[in-house]
Design a protein around this ligand. Structure first.
Ligand code: ADP
Ligand code: MG
Length: 329
């Protein structure tokens, strides 16, 4: 199977009639018709074997994850997904790998109406780079995009879904933690098959004051919001602890508070949203959560004093040093 057979067989589909894609895979460029009154939101994410995923991962899950991490960035901006490109380096043209990979990738793409419009394919060590494009409405000349820079002192601080379980699964693979079978499978699904919070991001347009998605850990990604907004925050440790799904049962799976907090605060690979909203918008945030079928937890508050503080059940400051993931550290 040559390069062009491979593209034709696995990655070429007819664009949806009447949709924004006027020309898809096959020419030098794809052509998109932007909707009037919108801005394009664009983001890229690369996945490298050994760095972002294990060589043994199920190819269908890898296809899903490669697009999911990109859709998560659109979600964080409140954008509606439109299209994506796929740049792929493959060691060999193996149909037994490409078939499930394309299936996992395109199933998630279809679920979000996000069309594959082009890319590049080359031989080399396994490496995937996706660029997603989405739309954000512009109302009265103002973009409705959610940015990292809008958090204000007094705002509530929220997180969607659960945090720390993906990292817990990674630690089981590394042998530093162990879990009973079903709990491991649940955590592993969080690591290999994340759910991008696209519907929640769109529902938060005009409600959230700032948002980011959590890829490198809560401390790090919330840190981007705090720095961009020129504010600080405090987090309620009890509420943060409640975010680790693996520990939600009565037996807590042998995870002590200290370990669990580390996973929640600095685990990474969660692809949940961290966002802020004025206290007056609590009802609206709950409605956005219900309408998008996405749980959200209020975990703290934005403050004037820079930096991030963790408070125990009595409101006392806790001493911790949790750091976000950094590829070059
Ligand atoms: P060029 O030589 O102009 O870079 P290519 O010959 O590499 O174009 O690709 C031919 C067509 O196939 C282009 O439309 C390109 O966007 C598309 N394409 C290449 N690789 C992929 C891929 N992995 N997924 C989707 N489309 C692809
Ligand atoms: Mg090319």
């Amino acid at each position: 199977m040559g390069e062009f057979d491979l593209i034709a067989r696995f990655f070429t589909r007819t664009p949806r009639a009447g949709g924004p894609v006027r020309l898809g895979v096959g020419d030098d460029c794809a052509l998109l018709q932007a909707s009037p009154g919108t801005q394009l939101a664009i983001s890229s994410d690369m996945l490298v074997e050994g760095r972002h995923f294990l060589s043994t991962v199920d190819p269908a899950r890898l296809g899903h994850k490669a697009l999911a991490v990109n859709l998560s960035d659109l979600a964080a901006c409140g954008a509606t997904p439109v299209a994506f490109t796929l740049a792929l380096a493959l060691p060999r043209a193996d149909a037994r790998w490409l078939e499930p990979f394309a299936q996992g990738l395109l199933a998630l793409a279809d679920a979000h109406g996000c069309e594959l419009i082009g890319g590049d394919t080359t031989q080399g060590p396994l490496n995937l780079c996706i660029t997603v494009m989405g739309e954000v409405p512009v109302v009265d000349g103002r973009s409705q995009a959610l940015l990292r820079s809008g958090a204000r002192p007094g705002d509530d601080l929220y997180v969607s879904g659960t945090l720390g379980d993906a990292r817990l699964a990674l630690e089981v693979f590394r042998g530093t933690q162990s879990l009973p079978g079903p709990a491991f499978e649940a955590a592993r699904a969080r690591m290999e098959c994340p759910t991008p919070r696209v519907a929640l991001g769109q529902a938060l347009r005009g409600i959230a004051s700032a948002a980011a998605d959590i890829s490198d850990g809560l401390v790090g990604d919330l840190g981007h919001i705090l720095r961009r907004s020129g504010v600080g925050a405090s987090i309620d440790a009890e509420r943060a602890l409640s975010l680790l799904a693996a520990r939600s049962g009565p037996e807590k799976l042998g995870l002590d508070d200290d370990t669990a907090l580390g996973l929640v605060l600095a685990g990474g690979d969660d692809y949940e949203l961290v966002f802020t909203a004025p206290a007056a918008a609590r009802e609206a945030v709950q409605a956005a959560s219900r309408n998008s079928n996405t749980p959200v937890t209020r975990i703290g508050r934005i403050e004037k004093q820079p930096g991030l503080r963790l408070l125990d059940a009595r409101g006392q400051l806790m001493e911790r040093r949790d750091e976000s993931f950094d590829h070059f550290k």
